[in-house]
Write a protein that binds this ligand. Structure first.
Ligand code: NDP
Length: 480
């Protein structure tokens, strides 16, 4: 059985407590590795190592930092098959998805910020005849990065890469539910020659290890992706210490389909935006609003396609959905399907587990589920389920659909389908979301600001936004 280790001060190490937690393979429902049950003491050691490394790393020329991050990107690429297999086993997602999305994107994150830092420039403001200002952007010090289980290496590297590129040292915690690829990344960092203490990865439970990161007085910035309730707790802990915070939280994203859309394109992409990664992407559209003129036609075609999606074990090349991430998450999703029924919803397809045979009989498989007949204000339509469950709701006007779309506490992303350009702009401007896709979904340019409004978070990741977050601006004003 693989025993995962922490990565502290350049070395792989057991947790101070000597205790380990069980790591379960969701496709089989079996324990397959052990994870350090770290605590405050490991965070203390990791932070001390990061503080020791900071003076040299922060003064290392950007080009040298960039070269090391490029080397990490290359090693991710060279090990991509091994990493994809590990990600799929740890998370339950189809290996095809890990191969085509998760691992290439983890490589791209390092590649992107390794080059981005070479183009990052500071501003200058001239007051004619009076003075000139220039703004320095210095690394902050030690940054804490905490990430979730749905896109494990992808989201972990999305935080670590800009933090390191900007000259910070990092104490990072992957989700305890999916720690494997972060562990493999620590080995890659050692091989790439990342100096000791620059990146430290501590495994363990959120309330212990994550909480210790939020509480540590020498961790000056926290970049967190996860649930809104956890984000709130981190903000409460960190705010009195005036830490910089970037919080990427939950979503309940609307997918607005107008009658004048490209029907086939909208249908095909909506199947994907509903159920990719078993619906466990914060950007999945879980509330599908369809203009009444095409409601029945769209509903019937959608249900037909969804009911034919193959749910299977992750290595199956034909699997469109794999296992959901854990038993507790599986039960949570089923409880929401029960709630939808209680609230008067009609399950059009899915709504139940899938029983696979052989080695996979205890895995956590669910049929992709489509529900109609619910009020937009009911709990099923207001609360984040984060699984393969979507609702269909007809609408008659732009005003009505915007009111329903904006009625939730979240504001992460939205998708709009129409061939009418003016309407697309109008709705995009009025929908309450940090990210809007028109006639597409999950098309990502890493330079764009990424994040949500309302209870979906604070701050933005991506491009120079991330490099700004991980630096402290200092203005120098010189009298002419
Ligand atoms: P959680 O909030 O449960 O966990 C996220 C991370 O925080 C994990 O590493 C977790 O550790 C850790 N954590 C838990 N408790 C604490 C604490 N008290 N202090 C500090 N850290 C803690 O989210 P999930 O892992 O369940 O991820 C799903 C959520 O993430 C969904 O709500 C989803 O919408 C959101 N998400 C948002 C994205 C965005 O960009 N806005 C992108 C992807 C997901 P552990 O796992 O060990 O408990």
């Amino acid at each position: 059985m693989i025993e995962i280790q922490n990565y502290i001060d350049g070395e792989l190490a057991a947790p101070v407590s000597g205790n380990y937690l069980e790591n379960i393979e969701p496709a089989k429902g079996e324990v397959y590795s052990k994870i350090p049950d770290s605590d405050k003491r490991d965070i203390e050691n990791a932070t001390a190592a990061a503080l020791r490394a900071f003076p040299v790393w922060s003064k290392t020329p950007a080009k040298e930092r960039s070269n090391i991050l490029m080397r990490i990107a290359e090693l991710i690429d060279q090990n991509s098959e091994m990493l994809a297999a590990a990600e799929s086993r740890d998370n339950g997602k189809p290996i095809k998805l890990a191969r085509s999305v998760d691992i290439p994107r983890a490589r791209d994150n390092f590649h992107f910020f390794a080059t981005g830092i070479l183009h990052f420039a500071s501003e200058a403001h001239e007051m004619e005849g009076v003075a000139i200002n220039y703004t320095r952007r210095q690394p902050i010090g030690v940054a804490g990065c905490i990430s979730p289980w749905n896109l494990p290496l992808y989201l972990f590297t999305w935080k670590i890469a800009p933090a390191l590129a900007a000259g910070n040292c990092v104490v990072a915690k992957p989700s305890e539910v999916t720690p494997m690829t972060a562990y493999l990344l620590s080995k890659i960092c050692i091989e790439a020659g990342l100096p000791a203490g620059v990146l430290n990865i501590v495994h363990g439970l959120g309330p212990k290890v994550g909480q210790a990161i939020s509480e540590h007085p020498h961790i000056k910035a926290i970049s967190f992706t996860g649930g809104t309730a956890t984000g709130k707790r981190i903000a409460q802990t960190a705010a009195p210490m005036f830490k910089k915070l970037s919080l990427e939280l939950g979503g309940k994203n609307p997918n607005i389909i107008f009658a004048d859309c490209d029907f086939e394109e909208a249908l095909k992409t909506t199947v994907r935006s509903s159920f990719a990664n078993q619906g466990q992407i914060c950007l999945c559209g879980s509330r599908i609003f369809i203009e009444r003129a095409i409601y029945e036609k769209f509903r019937d075609a959608f249900v037909d396609r969804v009911s034919r999606l193959k749910v299977s074990y992750p290595e199956d090349p034909d699997a469109k959905l794999g296992a959901v991430v854990s038993k507790s998450h599986f039960e949570k999703i089923l409880s929401y399907i029960d709630l939808a029924r209680e609230e008067g919803g009609h399950v059009l397809t899915g709504g139940e587990p899938v029983q696979l045979g052989g080695d996979y009989e205890h895995g956590y498989y669910l049929r992709p589920t489509v529900i109609e007949g619910l009020a937009h204000s009911c709990r099923t339509n207001q609360e984040e389920i984060f699984g393969p469950v979507v609702t269909l709701t007809p609408f008659d006007s732009e005003e009505e659909v915007l009111a329903m779309a904006n009625s939730v506490e979240y504001g992460l992303s939205a998708t709009i389908w129409t061939e009418n350009l003016r309407k697309a702009h109008r709705v995009a401007h009025k929908v309450e979301a940090g990210i809007v896709w028109v006639n597409c979904w999950l098309v990502r340019d890493l330079r764009t600001p990424f994040g949500g409004m309302k209870n979906s978070g604070v701050g933005r990741e991506g491009g120079f936004e991330a490099l700004r977050f991980f630096t402290e601006p200092k203005n120098v004003c010189i009298k002419l």
